[in-house]
Design a protein around this ligand. Structure first.
Ligand code: HEM
Length: 409
């Protein structure tokens, strides 16, 4: 136990540029009880164990009534829809996830991500072509933000002309500071509703005219578990849109920042074709974008790390701290894409392990490799850059860079 809270210091935006010394202090104790009744878990071993423990729930209904405000931004904003599968527990979670996975990966659609590759290459090529008429840009606004929008909308079959509207809705939903005023909370609820209405109309048009996209699969294909119907469909779609967007924006921005701070890695990315895979994996560990998972609840008392996590209390799993835990990860504070057995928590673990991990990896590999190959003499304009005001996601809100020119692809 501590007073004042180290965890509050970490979620304070002043520490965003360099939270690592605070995380190191946090790991002096695996589990902390906060003054508000939340349990904060900081070490790799304990986070991993809890992610596989059936006594922790992702369903906010299991919180004691006094913790109702800890249900998290997605739960509050979407309170008129059934919870998406990220906010449910097995066995219901597993059924909903299986239906969604049927349209995304093996064995039914092993080709889904591969088929997206040419579209993604084309999108990132055009975005980088667009930098050629100047010698400075904001890597977030100009590349990192629009690229994942194009990927997730391409995956689902959202027409490209609708992307700007879509981005407008996603921003307020995900960019919660956790301490929103009633006005901001209302804006978020409105955005959520508009996105839901938009997806409803799109689903109807796909039913009438199915294409080779994921949404068409959702509304026309009955697998062994049936279809996602009504509110479950919209909850799943909104989850995919949100979960697949800002996380990847931050990974690409954190990645480019890390590469500019490690010129030897940038040089290898330019010249070694296989380097991107290892480099992105290390990036996920070293500068991953989801810093903590705020949405777990104990459904029984759990003895762990010398503490008893009490039933009905919120649990916060600090993934980014676990990823720098030197007890489990050798020289965890060093960016080392050549490390062997790179095990990390960037995509979570257990039943809720990130659904979109193959797509996120591909997007980061494509974007960072093209940037490395094409931008001539790229450099940071300011270091550290300003960080976005989200407690859960960590990444620059803007990343101004300068360069001497852009080579053709
Ligand atoms: C779940 C991280 C990209 C879809 C998760 C979780 C994490 C995560 C940590 C676990 C949440 C939990 O346990 O409560 C990331 C990161 C990404 C990324 C760091 C990019 C760098 C994507 C993409 C998609 C996606 C591109 C969509 C195509 C999902 C979904 C879940 C999820 C649907 C919920 C899975 C479930 O509850 O079974 N992600 N994600 N994510 N992610 Fe991702």
């Amino acid at each position: 136990m501590t007073e004042p809270s180290l965890f509050q210091e970490i979620t304070d935006f002043g520490s965003r540029a360099n939270p690592w010394p605070l995380y190191e202090k946090l790991r002096s104790q695996p589990v902390w009880l906060e003054a508000d009744g939340s349990f904060v878990v900081s070490t790799f071993r304990e986070i991993y164990a809890l992610l596989h423990d059936p006594r922790i729930s992702s369903d906010p209904a299991n919180l004691l009534p006094e913790f109702a405000d800890k249900a998290g931004p997605l739960a509050q904003a979407g309170s008129n829809l059934p919870p998406s599968f990220i906010r449910t527990d097995p066995p219901r979670h597993d059924t909903l996830r299986r239906i969604a996975m049927r349209q995304f990966g093996p064995p039914h659609r092993p080709d889904r991500v591969d088929k997206l590759t040419p579209l993604l290459e084309d999108v990132v090529t055009k975005l980088i072509d667009g930098l050629a008429d100047r010698q400075q840009c904001d890597l977030v606004d100009d590349v990192a933000y629009p690229f994942p929008v194009a990927a997730i909308t391409g995956l689902l079959g959202v027409p490209p002309e609708d992307e700007p509207r879509f981005s407008q809705w996603v921003g307020p939903i995900v960019d919660s500071t956790g301490k929103d005023s009633p006005e901001v909370a209302q804006q978020r609820a409105d955005a959520f509703q508009q996105l839901g209405m938009y997806m409803f109309q799109l689903a109807q048009s796909k039913r009438a005219n199915p294409g080779d996209d994921m949404l068409s699969g959702f509304v026309t294909d009955d697998g062994p578990d049936g279809r996602l119907e009504g509110g479950d469909l919209f909850s799943a779609l909104i989850l995919l849109l949100i979960a697949g967007h800002e996380t990847t924006v931050n990974l690409i921005a954190n990645g480019w920042l890390t590469l500019l701070r490690h010129p030897e890695a940038l040089e290898r990315l330019r010249t070694e074709p296989d380097y991107a895979v290892r480099m992105v994996e290390e990036l996920l560990r070293y500068e991953g974008s989801v810093h903590f998972l705020p949405n777990r609840t104990a459904v029984a008392d759990i003895e762990i790390g010398g503490t008893t996590i009490r039933k009905g209390h919120p649990i916060v799993l600090v993934l980014a701290s676990g990823n720098r835990d030197t007890e489990c990860i050798p020289h965890a504070d060093r960016f080392d894409p050549d490390r062997a057995d790179n095990v990390h928590l960037a995509f979570g673990n257990g039943v809720h392990y990130c659904f979109g991990a193959p797509l996120a990896r591909l997007e980061a590999q494509l974007a960072l490799t093209q940037l490395a190959k094409r931008l001539q003499n790229p450099r940071l304009v300011s270091d550290p850059p300003p960080y976005r005001p989200s407690p859960v996601l960590r990444g620059p809100i803007h990343l101004p860079i300068a360069y001497d020119g852009v080579l053709p692809n």
